[in-house]
Design a protein around this ligand. Structure first.
Ligand SMILES: O=C(O)CCC(=O)C(=O)O
Length: 300
């Protein structure tokens, strides 16, 4: 794969070739602490991921956001979501029902990932009940951030599992992590102990431009093409975000981020239990994905 041929952008700005690199494949014996991430290829059953993909697309087609046939996953450019779900509460409930779909949960909370995370921690693992399911239309990206300020009231050993729910090529708004960022003490100092819900006056994401930060640190945007079945695991201080979805045919980038920790550790109460309140008590309504795909907005 030649990453530099793909003209990756963030908010329209071209990422310089010399600052692009490829995520390295690993297995569960890989050193997460050393590298800041583990790219686990083929962890999930691709057929199960495909079933999850279809389940999500079918729900998006109910609100008119996907072209027929919905299985192709191309945005229609229209939406009936506000008509069908007129209040923010109803929008949140809709997204909750999509996020809790049977096929989605069989992948993101299924036996394969639970076993893998138990192997990673070398003790039984558990996951947040809340899941960050994302449907990213063309033109959208996730800002650069570390996860710690969003979810730091429980285990210190929390990890993120980012699971593509469709094949994601480099032009479709792939995820990146910044090489070596888990060891950047200035970023750690800036965000450690910050809680976006307790102190909403301070942003949770990194405000420095991603390109400037990467240049300042002589780092790289590490990314890859993802297949259904892959999973990217990273820690709470690994800086990451996504490139713009520059898909020419309007492919909706589907993915889900979930959080795992040792079962023995306390769990952040906002994201656990049968009715997780999440940020600001909004439940699934706190996610930008609860809004119509036709609306552009950023972060979470
Ligand atoms: O999928 C994305 O665009 C962002 C994912 C993310 O921020 C995360 O996994 O923590």
């Amino acid at each position: 794969m030649r990453i530099s041929e793909h003209k990756l952008t963030f908010n329209g700005a071209l990422i310089p070739d010399e600052h692009l690199g490829e995520l390295r494949n690993a297995d569960l014996n890989g050193d997460l602490a050393e590298r800041g991430y583990l790219l686990l290829r083929g962890l999930h059953d691709p057929a199960e991921v495909d079933a999850a993909r279809r389940e999500v697309l079918q729900r998006l087609s109910e609100v008119g956001e996907v072209k027929d046939p919905f299985e192709k996953g191309l945005a229609s450019g229209t939406s009936k979501r506000h008509q069908v779900y007129p209040t923010n509460e109803e929008l949140g409930s809709f997204w909750r029902s999509v996020s809790e779909g049977k096929a989605v949960r069989s992948v993101i909370n299924g036996p394969r990932i639970i076993q893998a995370m138990s192997q990673l921690f070398q003790e039984p693992a558990n996951h947040f009940s809340f899941a960050w399911l994302r449907a990213m239309a063309a033109g959208r990206a996730s800002p650069l951030h570390v996860d710690h300020p969003y979810m730091n009231r429980g285990s210190k050993r929390l990890v993120t599992c980012w699971t593509p729910l469709c094949p994601i090529s480099l032009s479709d708004g792939s995820l990146y992590v910044l090489e070596g960022s888990h060891e950047w003490s200035d970023i750690r100092q800036q965000f450690e102990g910050h809680d976006v819900d307790r102190d909403p006056s301070r942003p949770g994401h990194i405000q420095e431009s991603p390109i400037k930060l990467v240049q300042r640190k002589a780092s790289k945007f590490l990314t890859a093409e993802f297949e259904m079945g892959d999973c990217l695991v990273f820690g709470m201080f690994t800086a990451h975000g996504s490139f713009d979805n520059n898909s020419k045919n309007g492919l909706i980038r589907l993915s889900c981020d979930t959080r795992f920790q040792p079962s023995a550790d306390p769990m952040d109460e906002r994201f656990s239990g049968p009715n997780p309140l999440a940020h600001k008590g909004l439940g699934y309504g706190c996610l930008s994905a609860s809004r119509p795909l036709t609306e552009t907005s950023v972060l979470r």
